[in-house]
Ligand binder design. Structure first.
Ligand code: NI
Ligand code: MN
Length: 238
């Protein structure tokens, strides 16, 4: 049996990932483009279509440009009920709020919202608006290829259940430390998730995010976990 066909991923720096599906649809996960010091210049301006946005939680470095992009392209926008209610209040029309444990069809993908061990709020005018729970997404694309974008999270033992239920082959995991897992936790997360490949995210954007892909590789080697670290530079495709 050959490996299922997978989408093309483009890393846009921090936790932002562009997914190009075989049918031509364009999906952005955590579209922090404007103001993201690692986002390739012109990434937002050069978009010519956008079919869906997945938002893991309300923090500004993940919600990002969801309002502007949501108005410009009318993509389907997926996040928690609370994040989607916020976006709808800002004039984003095609929101599809959900919650952890649930799945929905997005551009032919099966998108499952899963827990994250983190917080969620939306900062506006010096106040924090409740953003529901922080989450991650497991995405099964047509043909069966399955990936996991963890958003911001600490390690949690229930990652074992994500492995058992969804069998993701690839994980986007935060490794920067301070706000999320560090490389040591992320290596153990790879073991719990039983993924064969990991793409490190949420590192190097700001000095405080000190975890590195090299440190993740060292931890994986030390633990004897057979998982390939795919280090992408911002703008790089995979
Ligand atoms: Ni966060
Ligand atoms: Mn973050």
């Amino acid at each position: 049996m050959s490996a299922p066909s997978r989408p093309t991923f483009t890393y846009l720096g921090h936790a932002a990932v562009r997914v190009d599906l075989p049918g031509g649809e364009v999906v952005l996960i955590d579209p922090f483009l404007e103001g993201n010091p690692k986002c390739p210049p012109g990434a937002a301006a050069s978009l010519d279509r956008l079919d869906a946005i997945l938002v893991t939680h309300g923090h500004g470095d993940h919600l990002g440009d969801s309002v502007a992009l949501g108005k410009r392209f009318q993509p389907k926008v997926v996040g928690t009920f609370e994040v989607c209610a916020y976006l709808a209040s800002k004039g984003v029309e095609r929101t599809s709020g959900m919650n952890v444990g649930g799945s929905q069809d997005v551009c032919g993908m099966r998108v499952t919202q899963v827990q994250a061990l983190h917080t969620s709020s939306i900062e506006e005018g010096g106040r924090l608006i409740y953003g529901g729970e922080a989450t991650g997404f497991v995405v099964r694309v047509p043909g069966g290829f399955t990936f996991y974008h963890a958003g911001d999270t600490a390690i949690f033992l229930d990652m074992q259940l994500i492995a058992e239920l969804y069998r993701p082959q690839l994980a986007f995991l935060p490794i920067g430390d301070h706000y999320t897992m560090d490389p040591s936790q992320a290596a153990r997360a790879c073991k719990l998730l039983e993924v064969r490949q990991v793409i490190p995210i949420h590192w190097g954007t700001f000095p405080v995010l000190s975890g590195t892909p090299a440190a993740l590789q060292r931890e994986l080697d030390r633990l004897g976990v057979n998982c390939e670290v795919v280090k992408l530079e911002p703008g790089e495709k995979y």
